[in-house]
Write a protein that binds this ligand. Structure first.
Ligand SMILES: Cc1ncc(COP(=O)(O)O)c(C=O)c1O
Length: 383
């Protein structure tokens, strides 16, 4: 095996998911809080657009960075939702936001560069950074809001710093950066001429009346340094369709397009047609899903509040609760394995997200399962 691949950390989440599946196959009643995707089905009007695309022969290669129609729709979305002005040439469509992020790090980083990522972080960032020849540099965050403060960022900047990752709302803890917090980060990035990778995939899943702010929209300087990554997976329940996108400096977008032309070629033509229908639709579908998630979040937080040794901060976005379980005397991995074996509840340990005394529980499941699973956890920790 080559060195580049040998340095990748295998996914702990897969181990837990495989165990949960094996238990289920044996007939056990497993409650699954491990999911990383909406439990809703893709809306019918999006499916219909895909069916029409097939019937109309949209079944051939498209340009490597996506169809001009979809890129224009993405530009319209940025203008409407984020107050950001992009031309089509500044947008590359990828096979999911994950693919867009991967290609962005490949295009952006050189051997030895450093990329700052606030902890807790989405577990794919460090691996993507390493695969681009760069070094992930973890920054502390405020323990209440899980957002990076100016001092956390300043203490990690070196001459090698190439980029800073901002993921708001975040996976795994649902942290949302305020405009003020983003402004402070933007000022530091501009002062040191450091790029910002802003992963806004959970943009639409935001609660308590909060409004999402894209760091790129704060002023022209930070706009020029930022790459905004987004997609349709989480907002439109389209995880399997694999459409994401990145917008930013034209030369880097050209580089990403060239990379795609020699690797994946274009994202699926049919999925692009479906994503176009999603982006062109009115906001109703997304708003309804977000309202449902907010209800489920409230139920999960309520249900877990009685569990001794578990301290759960209310997430402000996404669909995960990130809970400190140090009060139970276990670390996240032991907790997750034992809980699954003894109570048949699947949760994800916090270590791959950079925090070993935490677990991640997804509320993208039925209300009935949230209640059943939380009850099992309460009983188990009492014992
Ligand atoms: C923070 C974050 N960014 C990006 C992605 C990737 O999403 P996509 O399905 O569009 O590849 C995920 C998916 O879990 C995520 O949690």
């Amino acid at each position: 095996m080559g060195n580049r691949i040998a340095q990748i950390t295998p996914s702990v989440t897969l181990e837990i998911t495989a165990r949960a599946k094996a238990l289920k196959a044996k007939g056990s009643d497993v409650v699954n809080f491990a999911a990383g995707e909406p439990d809703f089905d893709t809306p019918d009007f999006i499916k219909d657009a895909a069916i029409k695309a097939i019937e109309n022969g949209l079944t051939k290669y498209t340009p490597a960075s996506g169809t001009s129609e979809l890129k224009e729709a993405v530009c319209e979305k940025f203008a409407k939702d984020n107050g950001l002005s992009y031309k089509s040439g500044q947008v590359a469509i990828g096979c999911g936001a994950k693919h867009s992020l991967y290609n962005l790090f490949q295009a952006l980083c050189e051997e030895g560069d450093e990329v700052i990522l606030p902890s807790p972080y989405w577990l794919s960032y460090p691996e993507m950074i390493k695969l681009a020849g760069a070094k992930p540099v973890v920054a502390e965050t405020d323990r209440k809001s899980f957002t990076m403060r100016p001092e956390d960022l300043n203490s990690r900047i070196t001459r090698k710093t190439k980029a800073i990752i901002i993921n708001s709302p975040s996976n795994p803890c649902g942290a949302v950066y305020s405009k003020d917090a983003l402004q402070k980060i933007a000022d530091i990035a501009v002062k040191h001429n450091i790029s910002v990778v802003s992963d806004e995939i959970y943009e639409k899943l935001i609660y308590d009346g909060l409004r999402h702010v894209s760091i790129a929209s704060l002023n022209d300087d930070i706009y020029g340094l930022t790459f905004v990554v987004n997609g349709v997976s989480k907002s439109y329940a389209m995880t399997g369709w694999r459409i994401g996108y990145v917008a930013g400096r034209e030369d880097l977008i050209k580089g990403i397009s060239a990379l795609q032309s020699h690797s994946t070629s274009n994202p699926s033509s049919i999925s692009q047609a479906a994503a176009l229908a999603a982006l062109k639709s009115d906001a109703d579908t997304v708003v309804k899903m977000a309202q449902e998630f907010e209800k489920k979040r409230n139920i999960m937080i309520d249900e877990l509040s009685g569990a001794s040794g578990i301290d759960c901060i209310k997430p402000m976005g996404a669909f995960y609760c990130f809970a400190n379980i140090s009060g139970t005397g276990m670390d996240g991995l032991t907790f997750s394995k034992k809980l699954l074996d003894e109570k048949h509840v699947a949760v994800i340990p916090g270590a791959p997200f950079g925090m070993k005394n935490y677990i991640r529980l997804s509320f993208a499941t039925s209300v009935e399962d949230i209640k059943r699973g939380a009850e099992r956890i309460r009983e188990w920790v009492k014992q």
